[in-house]
Design a protein around this ligand. Structure first.
Ligand code: SF4
Length: 498
């Protein structure tokens, strides 16, 4: 039987704890947020499936809060959405007209049930439930400000501080909208928020729109509204994509419909380019097309920049697949399936044996001997972070009989950590920070290695490069990062240079 660990929340039901996934060498997305205002509908079920579609954005914890008049009902726990809501009975205990949902991978605050979201706080106007995707960079400053107003904290997250800041403004007499706008003026960094209140549902994006947030409609008479981190969260429940919440915009959804308020007068769009390269699902829409199409173009661009002599193009599944197809189309080298992914390899409680650890990658990926034997292979992936997984994959390809392995990466080298809600390593663990491309090629054991250029990545967007954050490739952080926070992740030389 799988060990189930009791968790420390008396107030709300909890699910069981799931240990970390093994050995994935990718940055982890921070969170997925979801909200639905749909009186008369089974809102808990809609929220459940919305979160189910956003599962890739966080696998550590999940939660749903529903509003029934002045009352909030909450269920959250550690683990996947399907673990936390493992029985329909749980959803039956979440009635109401409106729901807020969250999937979490922690970037600030430690990993325990107390930090799972939505965060619920009480105000003079009733409870507020908040779900946050992103990361504030001025947490210390905000904490000082809130402590000076005698606010109390239960968890260690920046998300709770946003909720408490709004509650503090409500409690001095403001209405929900004025309170939110005042509180947001104290927040710096990345935040896409979905906030439930007894009066209505709110969607907010920071002035740079670093993390995505979209609006959908459900049904036609009356129109009901849905908010989600990505359009895949709308598709799953049959909602239609209406538009993005704009950077610096707040939308307020009530029984009267939806109103929009520009709460920040100087928005400057800086969408995270990594959302487009890797994080968001390939079937989600950004800039009016699926990310699958964008990633195809990344592959095409990559082939134009660097095509070796080879017999077959394969992808590191699943995230490298669109770029590998694009690479194949542009280079004329046939595309094939060379690595088979175990699609059911979730998180496991059972540790592998030492022998299994040594073959490592085959827990998740297994190469096809008859496809790769005697071939010169182009292996396409979307990024390299530490290089540990790439090294294992290449070793497995060679053991399978590939005569040459040429690795092509559909993004530039990752040289800087993220401070805006993506869990990249500290700078000294990023392989491209301390090694040249040739040194990385030697380290991972390939015949050749090439990354897509920064210019090529931007050309493929078809948009103005200024409208993206690409700081993990350049070190140009669009929202200034305080020195103290920089010290937690940046190497000393970088700080001296900066
Ligand atoms: S630093 Fe990188 S991962 Fe973080 S928001 Fe900017 S582009 Fe995205």
């Amino acid at each position: 039987m799988m060990p189930q660990q009791p968790l420390s929340s008396d107030k709300y039901p909890v699910a069981f704890q799931v240990p970390d996934a093994q050995g994935i060498d990718k940055p982890e997305e921070a969170c997925g947020v979801f909200g639905v205002y749909a009186p008369g509908e089974d809102i808990a079920k809609l929220a459940y499936f919305g979160l189910y579609a956003l599962q890739h954005r966080g696998q550590e914890a999940a939660g749903i809060a529903t509003f029934e008049n002045q009352q909030v009902h909450l269920h959250k726990g550690m683990g996947l959405v399907s673990h936390v809501f493992h029985h329909e009975e749980i959803l039956h205990k979440l009635p109401g007209d409106m729901a807020v949902g969250h999937t979490r991978y922690s970037t600030t605050g430690s990993s325990h049930i107390g930090n799972a979201q939505p965060v619920v706080v009480e105000t003079r106007l009733g409870p507020l439930a908040l779900a946050h995707n992103g990361n504030l960079v001025n947490v210390s400053e905000l904490r000082e400000y809130l402590l000076s107003r005698n606010s109390e904290f239960v968890t260690t997250t920046d998300s709770e501080m946003i909720a408490i800041a709004i509650a503090a403004e409500v409690n001095i007499g403001k209405d929900w909208l004025d309170a939110a706008i005042s509180a947001l003026s104290h927040c710096r960094g990345a935040y896409s928020l979905v906030i439930g209140t007894p009066a209505g549902l709110m969607g907010v994006r920071d002035p740079n729109g670093i993390r995505p947030l979209v609006i959908g409609t459900l049904g036609s008479n009356p129109v009901r509204y849905v908010l989600a981190s990505e359009t895949c969260g709308l598709d799953i429940i049959g909602a239609k994509y209406l538009r993005d919440v704009e950077p610096g915009e707040l939308v307020w959804i009530t029984a009267e419909g939806m109103i929009s308020q520009r709460w920040n007068q100087q928005p400057e769009r800086k969408l995270c380019i990594f959302e487009m390269i890797y994080f968001a699902r390939p079937d989600s829409l950004m800039h009016d097309e699926t990310l699958f199409s964008y990633r195809l173009r990344l592959g095409r661009q990559l082939a134009q920049e660097s095509t070796p002599d080879a017999d077959i193009v394969i992808a590191v599944p699943d995230s490298g697949v669109p770029a590998a197809i694009g690479f194949s189309r542009a280079s004329g080298i046939p595309y094939g399936e060379g690595l088979i992914k175990n699609r059911y390899v979730g998180r496991t409680f059972i540790q592998p044996t030492q022998g299994m650890r040594e073959v490592g990658i085959r827990m998740k990926l297994n190469p096809l001997k008859d496809v790769l034997g005697g071939k010169r292979v182009v292996l396409v992936d979307d990024s390299i972070v530490r290089g540990t997984t790439s090294r294992k994959i290449i070793k497995a390809l060679r053991e399978t009989g590939a005569t040459e392995v040429h690795m092509r990466i559909s993004s530039p080298p990752v040289t800087h950590p993220c401070f805006y809600g993506i869990d990249t390593d500290s700078q000294d663990q990023l392989i491209a920070c301390s090694k040249s491309v040739e040194e990385i090629a030697a380290h991972i054991g390939v015949n050749s290695l090439a990354y897509l250029s920064w210019e090529g990545m931007m050309i493929a967007t078809g948009e103005d490069p200024k409208t993206f954050c690409s700081a993990c490739f350049t070190g140009n952080y669009p929202v200034p990062v305080p020195e103290m926070l920089k010290r937690s992740k940046l190497m000393l030389e970088e700080l001296k240079a900066g």
